[in-house]
Design a protein around this ligand. Sequence first.
Ligand SMILES: Cc1cc2nc3c(=O)[nH]c(=O)nc-3n(C[C@H](O)[C@H](O)[C@H](O)COP(=O)(O)OP(=O)(O)OC[C@H]3O[C@@H](n4cnc5c(N)ncnc54)[C@H](O)[C@@H]3O)c2cc1C
Length: 411
Amino acid sequence: MTEKVLNKKKLLIIGAGPAGLMAAIAAAESDIGVEILEQNDKPGRKLLATGNGRCNYTNRYLVPELYHGDRPAFQDTALRAFSNEDAIRFFHDLGILPDERDGFVYPGSHQASSVLNALLRECRKRSVRIRTGTCIREIQKSEDGFQVITDSGWQYHCDSVILACGSDASQIPGSTGTGYEIAARLGHGLVKPAPALVPLKCLEIFRWDGVRTYGTVSLYVDEEFVCVEAGEIQLTDYGISGIPVFQVSRTAVRAIRDGHTVTAVLDFLPDLSDEQLKEYEQRMKDAYPGIKDAELLSGLIPEKLSQALLEKGLPVSSVKELNVTITGSLPKSRAQVCQGGVDTAAINPDSMGSLIVEGLFFAGEIMDVDGPCGGYNLQWAWSSARLAGRKAAEYLCDTDTKDHPEAGEIK
Ligand SMILES: Cc1cc2nc3c(=O)[nH]c(=O)nc-3n(C[C@H](O)[C@H](O)[C@H](O)COP(=O)(O)OP(=O)(O)OC[C@H]3O[C@@H](n4cnc5c(N)ncnc54)[C@H](O)[C@@H]3O)c2cc1C
């Protein structure tokens, strides 16, 4: 090993998910040593599951206001510094040509593995070391940097750390939420994580399990309309799922947690007006006197769905206005992302640096920022990680680090 390598400042990144890999690539543009420690036996396990294995890695239509967190504008700087267009260009340069569907951007291969492989290739090119099978239990600040301690007691020393451990959403290996505990022991507060982008449970049980059909989901909190989403609704034995349900789920989970009454109105024929449905009903009754409601609906919605509605004694009009009471959601293990996470009040939005611990940075879903379905959460991982990676490298390259650039008042 040369003198130069030995003298290089060292950045350790905890977690080899999309945020950790991107942070490493950004940091390794500078002359520092970059290493990622990952608890799984392989990097990017969750990334491989994204977009049903196709990886919806960003969205053409992106404004920072689409994101949520206790500090509403926290994400703005990172998303502007590395936008959705920057992400498309970045992956294009890595050999991933974009394929766009209604704004949702996928790799041309429609395989998440090609995005992961491109990131790993770039890490190799930049001499980023990835150490798998290494679970970090604790990080301690020392006088000359950090002691990073594994669950088997092994210790690594480094000059700066990026926590990119993700959340405990999903059952994918590595979704443990240990990053929250590590951050908490370093003095960082937590906004209690809860599921977001998650199926919802209904009070009313219908025998419609397995039906997938296009429709709209309108959400009401204490009888007040909040939002409406369209797409394929998946009907289950406990309630409702699918992308439009995911999109309204964050609001529903929070409202229920805060003691409000939440209802959803399902419209399985959003392209047909009430008038048109009535005309259809009349036309069929005129043409086939005595026609049963089940037959009447058979040309409009899946048979299992019409049977489920009719056996509850509901009228034909219920296909356009079915009220269901939302009682809760499936647990975090069934969610795509978490709302909540490390409180961003103690993180500098211009650097992703800790305002409590000098030299500590954050990237990705571990923070209290979440976006809707459609490539927005990966975009947050890319944007926050690029900023964290660049700023951590700047921090290390800064010869005079006595005046800590991150230290400041917690707002
Ligand atoms: C089924 C599913 C589908 C999704 N589809 C999409 C999609 O199409 N588009 C989109 O934008 N978003 C999607 N998401 C969300 C997206 O995957 C996440 O927001 C994103 O992966 C977050 O990246 P991250 O790097 O912050 O965290 P993660 O991807 O969770 O990576 C964190 C890494 O840190 C490691 N780690 C954690 N703790 C430790 C520790 N103590 N020591 C060492 N290593 C540790 C973990 O093993 C993991 O590898 C989907 C999520 C799921 C579950």
